[in-house]
Design a binder for this molecule. Structure first.
Ligand SMILES: C[S@@+](CC[C@H](N)C(=O)[O-])C[C@H]1O[C@@H](n2cnc3c(N)ncnc32)[C@H](O)[C@@H]1O
Length: 259
């Protein structure tokens, strides 16, 4: 049987997740080399378009010089500044280990790249999207419509996390790309935002809930999410145009759960 060579471009540090997605979707693929930003593979699949349902790598190329941009999403018709790369949004959802009956909250939703990824590709029950910015809410609404998501599956509203209207304990996953305080906001305002996120998470997260956060404010995040209540693990360090934000996986500790 003929074999065809492909090169995947990946976000630095994400090979484990890309390999997981590859093996689940293409079990017969032969991995030739795993690098920091590239994975080389051989496959009996001739047409590069058959790889369009890979969402964690950013690009795939074949030996004939054809390239597909795998980060591109047709539904992403509106953007906000400091928006997340959709491939990284997909990886955050993998880390959150989403399950079909989950309700996901993104309280800094921007244009809702993370919630739409969770609904479209992980088929979860419902997403709650909020942001302080009216532009972000408008952008989110347009993206949800472009993504053809049924209105019963999402709720979008303006909400300042420091004065939050969200109070029901029905959230299974909080997945969010936080303000880093570099391109958006500053460190002083981040202290209040991160503290408000901790308060919100304690209020709305179910006992078996999981939080996945992308941030450059690593020290602040560890200071705010207290060791008495939360187990905080840095899972991944990504290179985002010269910044090195980390992805944190945060879970309530057993003692806290019993209260
Ligand atoms: C890094 S961006 C999130 C981008 C989003 N993940 C995307 O890809 O479109 C951070 C978001 O936090 C929002 N934000 C800043 N302060 C906030 C506050 N006090 N309450 C709620 N959202 C806030 C900003 O409006 C911005 O949309």
């Amino acid at each position: 049987m003929a074999t065809y060579s492909y090169t995947l471009k990946i976000l630095q540090g994400t090979s484990e997740y890309v390999l997981k997605e590859l093996k689940e979707k293409y079990p017969n693929i032969q991995i030739v080399k795993v690098g920091n930003t590239e994975i080389l593979l051989n496959s009996d699949i001739e047409d590069i378009n058959n790889f369009r349902n890979l969402y964690s790598p950013t690009h795939i190329s074949n030996s004939r010089g054809n390239t597909l941009n795998l980060s591109k999403r047709d539904w992403r018709v509106e953007y906000v500044s400091a928006g997340i790369n959709p491939s990284l949004a997909y990886i955050l959802c993998m880390i959150a280990n989403l399950e079909k009956d989950n309700i996901l909250l993104d309280p800094f939703c921007g244009s809702s790249v993370i919630p739409i990824t969770a609904i479209k590709h992980f088929n979860i029950k419902r997403v709650i999207c909020s942001d302080i910015s009216g532009n972000a809410i408008d952008a989110s609404k347009k993206n949800f419509i472009a993504a053809n998501v049924d209105e019963s599956k999402y709720k979008i509203f303006r909400n300042d996390i420091t004065n939050s209207k969200i109070s029901k304990r029905n959230v299974d996953r909080i997945v969010s790309n936080l303000p880093f305080g570099i391109r958006v906001g500053d460190h002083e305002s981040n202290i209040k935002l991160y503290q408000a996120l901790d308060v919100l998470a304690r209020k709305v997260l179910r006992k078996k809930g999981v939080i996945v956060l992308l941030t450059q404010e690593k020290v602040l995040l560890r200071e705010v999410f207290s060791k008495d209540i939360w187990s905080v693990k840095s899972i991944l360090r990504v290179n985002e145009g010269g910044l090195f934000p980390e992805v944190f996986l945060i879970k309530p500790k057993e003692l806290f759960k019993q209260k």
